[in-house]
Design a binder for this molecule. Structure first.
Ligand SMILES: Cc1ncc(C[n+]2csc(CCOP(=O)(O)OP(=O)(O)O)c2C)c(N)n1
Ligand SMILES: [Mg+2]
Length: 602
């Protein structure tokens, strides 16, 4: 059958079951988009306002459904605008197919409109190369079927991530005789990668001997849908569970063994249990500085002497930041399934509730709740973010999805806002990127139209991608956006104040030249985009406003004015984070150096 390059792409995406793509057109991809016209009942194209928004939408669509989606852009600026969103997806191992338009093969290097060509012709792929697993730039139409199957295998197999097809305009438009169109599953490995049997049984024995076992979970647990077996392993061992940003939600956070997060932003319970553990079972996590309190010994971890069992699909992560007792390369779910079988072989089930360790875990959890009580119940006006989060949690249904991105809202939701199931806490973990929340909440709502979706977003982050509200209004996507407006990049201001002094605030608050605080009226802005919107000044008014927002059944923004001065403008963090202090701040520098001397990069 004769097919154009565009038709081949569309046919293949449909065969893969890709439901939706997000993007912005240009002259560089009209030939590709034209091929969607005749297939629009089988696959949808959604217009974003900005290509960054499109990538966050596609990314969140996957995080909620587990299905990969795609992004389409023109050449040059349209393609370059995706860099941020593709980077977020890459660092968090999210599959995403990026389809960019590229220079006609016969014009390469001539400097056509929007071509990057001074070091190499048609050079966009090299701009994005560090954040895609692999990229292709076909030169002929008949290369496309093979490239498409490879791109899907690359995105979906092993540690997932984005793939790029940079498709020349002529390749989109010209046709070739395609006789052997690949059936996706005829070329894709199936099943899961199990960990080494001997190592799994060694891990089971070590865990059964442990007196203070702890389970640390990262994004790999969510990606492999290992949440069910993870809870059974935790209950079998009576092991408390702590999480990274990417792991949050894999265990219901009202489970008695849930210990809240560890790390620099982490909780009393998460950090105490992590540093006291004799054995840690870490699954699908990278041990970043944020999880490990910048590797400062004894703050979050004490590895060694704590013995580490690490399970990860990517061998690169094993032993990267801490030495291991046992390292197992494997899919989280398959390997935990095997581990549970092995545990049951060696031991009967135990009544963990009768142990002193369980009592200790409960006691630490109570301490954490107690520590949060002040900011949560604070009457400060404007309200604390902690109080706003309590109100938001009381409104959001149990299976609601919460989306965060950066700043205080992301950190505080991590520590203070319980979620009750996997794929319900959508956040940009590795990149912690401002601008993620608005488009990601839109993508999440499209992915789960029957569930509530709530973005919890700071004013700074909101303003970076606020334009996507127009897209949400255009498509009637009823996500709710709670904007915690503290008139600035408050978490960074707080860092300046606590590290350098109250008189060292620079370039972080939004102020007029005469020093008066400034903010656009974000509710009015949202109304202008066609959203339901309210500005709320007191915590008591927030609950009813959020109820109205969910009832509005169209995109809705609730702007809540929040505290701007410490201590009300922040909350507890019980770990350590290595953020450099200049030597001329002598006192602070001395303290910083003392703390830094306890970091151990092994
Ligand atoms: C794109 C991007 N630029 C800069 C940063 C650094 N940064 C992290 S949080 C933050 C401020 C966030 O402000 P806001 O969203 O208003 O939340 P707040 O901390 O004020 O509550 C900044 C500038 C970032 N994470 N992402
Ligand atoms: Mg702010």
């Amino acid at each position: 059958m004769k097919m154009t390059g565009g038709q081949i792409v569309v046919e293949y995406l449909i065969r893969e079951g890709m439901p939706i793509l997000f993007g912005v057109p240009g002259h560089g991809n009209t030939a590709l988009l034209d091929a969607f016209v005749d297939r629009r009942d089988e696959i949808s194209l959604v217009q974003a306002i900005h290509e960054q928004g499109a990538t966050h939408m596609a990314d969140a669509y996957h995080r909620v459904t587990g299905k990969a989606s795609g992004v389409f852009t023109s050449i040059g600026p349209g393609a370059a605008n995706t860099a941020m969103g593709v980077a977020c997806a890459y660092i968090d191992s999210v599959p995403l197919l990026l389809l960019t338009g590229s220079v006609h093969t016969y014009m390469r290097g001539r400097g056509v409109l929007q071509e990057l060509e001074r070091t190499h012709w048609a050079n966009f792929p090299r701009m994005i190369e560090p954040v895609v697993k692999r990229w292709w730039q076909p030169s002929r139409v008949d290369q496309l079927p093979n490239i498409l199957h490879l791109a899907f295998n690359v995105m979906l197999e092993g540690r997932r991530g984005p793939a790029l097809l940079d498709i020349p305009m002529d390749v989109q438009a010209e046709s070739a005789e395609i006789t052997d169109f690949p059936e996706p599953l005829s070329r894709r490995p199936r099943g899961r990668a199990h960990g080494d049997t001997e190592m799994v049984s060694a891990a089971a024995k070590l865990l059964l001997r442990a007196e203070r076992p702890l389970i640390l979970i990262g994004g790999g647990v969510q990606a492999s849908e290992a949440d069910g077996v993870l809870v059974r392993v935790a209950e079998f061992l009576g092991a408390p569970v702590t999480v990274t940003w990417m792991g949050k939600g894999a265990i219901a956070e009202d489970h008695e063994l849930y210990a809240w997060p560890c790390g620099d932003l982490g909780s009393i319970s998460g950090n105490t249990l992590a540093r006291e553990a004799d054995v840690i079972l870490a699954v699908g996590c990278r041990f970043t500085d944020r999880t490990a309190s910048s590797f400062r010994r004894g703050v979050t971890f004490n590895i060694p002497p704590t013995k580490l069992i690490q399970i990860d699909l990517d061998p690169y992560e094993i032993g990267k930041n801490y030495p291991i007792e046992i390292g197992i390369v494997g899919d989280a779910r398959a390997t935990l399934d095997d581990l549970l079988v092995s545990l049951r072989e060696f031991s009967g089930s135990r009544d963990y509730r009768a142990t002193p360790y369980f009592e200790h875990v409960q006691d630490l959890k109570r301490q954490w709740e107690e520590a949060l009580r002040g900011p949560r119940e604070s009457d400060s006006n404007p309200m604390t973010i902690s109080r706003a989060l309590v109100v938001a949690r009381s409104v959001l249904k149990r299976d609601g999805i919460v989306v965060t991105g950066a700043g205080n809202p992301q950190s505080q939701a991590f520590n203070e806002f319980p979620v009750y199931g996997p794929r319900q806490h959508i956040t940009t973990g590795g990149f912690s990127a401002m601008g993620f929340e608005v488009p990601a909440a839109i993508g999440a709502k499209l992915a789960a139209p029957n569930r509530q979706v709530l973005a919890i977003v700071g004013d700074g982050s909101f303003l970076q991608t606020v334009q996507e509200l127009a897209m949400a209004a255009q498509y009637d996507i009823p996500a709710v956006f709670l904007v915690l407006n503290n008139f600035g990049w408050e978490c960074i201001k707080n860092l300046q104040v606590t590290q350098f002094g109250a008189d060292r605030v620079i370039a972080t608050t939004f102020k007029k030249r005469d020093g008066t605080p400034f903010s656009a009226n974000l509710a009015h802005v949202a109304q202008g985009f066609g959203c339901y919107a309210e500005r709320v000044e007191s915590a008591d008014a927030l609950g009813p406003a959020l109820q109205r927002a969910f009832a509005a059944e169209r995109p809705a923004v609730i702007e809540a004015l929040c505290s701007r001065e410490l201590p009300e403008s922040s909350t507890m963090s019980t770990g350590w984070w290595d953020v450099a202090v200049p030597t001329y701040h002598r006192e602070q520098r001395a303290k910083y150096e003392a703390a830094r001397s306890e970091e151990a990069l092994t």
